[in-house]
Design a protein around this ligand. Structure first.
Ligand code: UDP
Length: 454
């Protein structure tokens, strides 16, 4: 008999591919073989970013399926992409599994899919394969998706998913307040996109009933309210904390690891790490204000400036900025973020509050400055600033801009706030306890492994 073989299927976005890779690495350590399914488009990006330098240890095999869009189609149009995936990928997945299953010792034991790829559960059920959902964001967000029928019957949203009155609601008394305008489906694009995504989410809620298990990259101690509202969601995270020494895999951009050497030369707790994940785009005014804020603060900084981070095609930095900050500022296209955040020279994390970034900051005990852009990032900001109290929010001016003075002031405030630093250290301890020996997340993960093997 070969090793038990799992098919893993992330939604094709960077913030999903990375935590699914992390989960795959954890499963390999437990003696599984993984077939990691990407879309052809992302598969090519990952291989290109690795520059042929692939070392997955033989137990993770990367495969790709078409996503249903033309090669030149715009993958940022999430409605179109999700619809095309839904139409094309189920059939292709079935063919893939049929091919793999032709070799007896390769036979698929289990499918682990993203909630956002819930159609894979129907394929698994049809093929009589056990199946699980892995949710890579806050459990509270999954609670909001599962609550769609209740939100409809309570008149909080209409049949298209549009919030009837923009308001703050709590899904349960112990859960953080959510702004209905920031429901995930309501802020991913225009009305057509919202409608497509919302309808798919309603369908996925049905498909999710076929899941034998739901695991998530969170911890009971981080989101007790969400886990008591939905006790069937089993936290196994923060996953990276249990996968500490592993390299992050599945990047869409080549990582610039030279910044680690630069960090080695900086004093302890002296560098502000600035990164906005894989999606966020700045207009020129706000980008320049951020640059000037970093310049105005006297601190050293490491700033991730993705090639596509601004709407500008040409250099968007203020004139002479790079020369002026050369001795204390470093800009990179894509950083090995987990290694950066665990570096002793980092003092705080100026973040867009994506869930992966949030978990990575929490696991390293780093205080946050929160700059959310859309969707779940606002709820994550609420967790960081109002629930865990390990970070600060920015205030916008009358024109909706976060000014250079505001940036400078908040950087100084968070770095000198001993209470925030102490709480961040305590939160790290709690997170580590959850993934430590006999921690709740570890126990859930062990049970999950036993279930797959049984
Ligand atoms: N990331 C990285 N290097 C960078 C910027 C981001 O490795 O320079 C990783 C980060 O560690 C995280 C992921 O990209 O795992 C971003 O996910 P997140 O949920 O924070 O944000 P999203 O990209 O989904 O908005």
């Amino acid at each position: 008999m070969g090793k038990p073989h799992i098919v893993v299927i992330p939604y094709p976005a960077q913030g999903h591919v990375i935590p699914f890779m992390e989960l795959s690495q954890c499963l390999v350590k437990q003696g599984f073989k993984i077939t990691f399914v990407s879309t052809e488009y992302n598969h090519k990006r990952v291989l290109k970013a690795l520059r042929g330098n692939i070392n997955l240890g033989g137990e993770i095999s990367l495969v790709s399926l078409p996503d249903g869009l033309e090669a030149c189609g715009d993958r940022n149009e999430l409605g179109k992409l999700s619809k095309a995936i839904f139409q094309v990928m189920p059939g292709k997945l079935e063919e893939l599994i049929d091919r793999i299953n032709m070799t007896e010792e390769e036979k698929i034991t289990c499918i682990i899919t993203d909630w956002s790829m819930g159609w894979a559960l129907e394929v698994a059920e049809k093929m009589k394969i056990r199946r699980a959902i892995y949710w890579p964001a806050a459990a509270a967000i999954l609670c909001s998706l599962i609550s769609i029928p209740k939100l409809l019957s309570d008149g909080i949203i209409d049949g298209d998913g549009t919030p009837l009155n923009n308001q703050m609601i709590q899904l349960a008394p112990t859960m953080p307040a959510m702004d209905t305008a920031n429901f995930v489906w309501a802020c991913l694009g225009d009305f057509t996109t919202q409608k497509i995504i919302f309808d798919l989410m309603v369908k996925t809620n049905e498909a999710a009933k076929m899941a034998d298990r739901i695991i998530s990259n969170s911890a009971y101690d981080l989101e007790p309210g969400a886990f008591s509202l939905a006790p069937n969601i089993l936290p196994i995270g923060p996953l990276l904390a249990s996968n500490r020494l592993g390299d992050q895999l599945g990047y869409f951009w080549p990582e610039d690891s030279t910044c680690l050497k630069w960090l080695d030369q900086q004093p302890p707790k002296s560098v502000v790490y600035v990164a906005f994940g894989s999606f966020t785009v700045f207009d020129k005014t706000q980008f320049q204000e951020l640059a000037q804020g970093l310049e105005l603060s006297s601190r050293s900084f490491l700033w991730v400036v993705r090639p596509d981070i601004t709407t500008e095609t040409n250099d968007a930095y203020p004139e002479g900025f790079q020369e002026r900050v050369a001795t204390r500022g470093r800009m990179v296209g894509w950083a090995p973020q987990q290694k950066v955040l665990s570096h002793p020279s980092i003092s705080c994390f100026l973040s867009h509050c994506g869930w992966n970034s949030t978990m990575e900051g929490v696991s390293n005990g780093v205080p946050f400055l929160c700059w959310p852009y859309f969707a779940d990032q606002f709820l994550n900001e609420t967790y960081i600033c109002d629930v865990w109290k390990v970070g600060l929010k920015f205030d916008k001016n009358k024109c909706g801009i976060i000014t250079r003075e505001e940036i400078k002031n908040k950087v100084e405030t968070v770095i000198s706030d001993e209470k925030i630093k102490a709480r961040a250290a305590e939160l790290k301890r709690l997170a580590m306890q959850n993934v430590g020996e006999a921690g709740y997340s570890s126990e859930n993960f062990k049970n999950f492994i036993e279930w797959i093997k049984s």
